[in-house]
Design a protein around this ligand. Structure first.
Ligand code: 13P
Length: 250
């Protein structure tokens, strides 16, 4: 049984309140992993507030070395100190604004897999690539380069399909398109790691997820959860999304 995730990527934002989510999490009926990803500077604060609750804290990025002369970077060892169990890697904003390559993402993933932290690898095509029907080619390359050469701890890998054109645009992928890509991603995982492992890896969808579209997206066979941006910044909206996913599992 694949694990189900509802994750909130706050990006470079803070939220007004988290207590209602902490309270609500006591009522979650199913085995859902709820994670919030605050900026680095607030990991400690939210780690402490959420300690002992069902809501986990994760980081939005990490570097691949443990320490040294890497100005501005953060090591996984620091993340562990704050109780981080997850880290987002290769988000399209990191790729596009900060020029992160698949090769860099690969180094980060390998390092993280040697720790207890689980990486959420983001992949996804740009609008012009989809309009040229190249989305599978793009995602296949991202997966092959980022995940090539990994030899163990496969079970800790989580994938998030986040089409760039759907991020922050209010234009989510249709459930059909999401399922088509998720099942393609699973095929790629199968050729990299074998069928059994590919079946166990959770694949999340991200890109304009909200309380209105989450039910239909999550209904798809290969959509194992969601990575939410904008709608995770309002605690009540995020709770609603968690609630809908929870109810869908009953
Ligand atoms: P939005 O939900 O705001 O489209 O952002 C998605 C995202 O980038 C999550 O990582």
């Amino acid at each position: 049984m694949r694990k189900v995730y509802v994750a909130g990527n706050w990006k470079m934002n803070l939220i007004d309140e988290i207590q209602p989510l902490k309270e609500f999490s006591k009522d979650i009926k199913n085995d859902i992993e709820v994670i919030v990803f605050p900026p680095f500077t607030h990991l400690q604060k939210y780690g402490e507030i959420l300690k002992g609750s069902k809501v986990k804290v994760g980081a939005q990025n990490v570097f691949y070395e443990e320490k040294g002369a890497y100005t501005g970077e953060i090591s996984y060892r620091f993340l562990q100190e704050f109780g981080c169990e997850y880290v987002i890697l290769g988000h399209s904003e990191r790729r596009n604004i900060f020029r992160e390559s698949d090769e860099l993402v690969s180094l980060k993933i390998k390092k993280i897999l040697s720790s207890s932290i689980k990486p959420i690898l983001c992949v996804g095509e740009r609008e012009e690539e989809r309009s040229l029907n190249k989305q599978k080619f793009v995602v296949e390359n991202q997966l092959k380069i980022s995940l090539g050469g990994i030899e163990n701890n496969f079970k800790n890998i989580i994938i998030a399909y986040e089409p760039v054109w759907a991020i922050g645009t209010g234009k989510n992928a249709s459930p059909y398109d999401a399922q088509e890509m998720h099942s393609f991603i699973r095929e790629q995982l199968s050729s990299l790691f074998g069928k059994k492992i590919s079946y166990d890896i959770s694949i999340l969808y991200g890109g304009s997820v909200n309380e209105e579209n989450v039910k239909d997206l999550f209904r798809e066979d290969d959509v194992d959860g969601v990575l939410v941006g904008g709608a995770s910044l309002k605690c009540d909206k995020f709770i609603k999304i968690v609630e809908i996913v929870d109810k869908s599992l009953i």
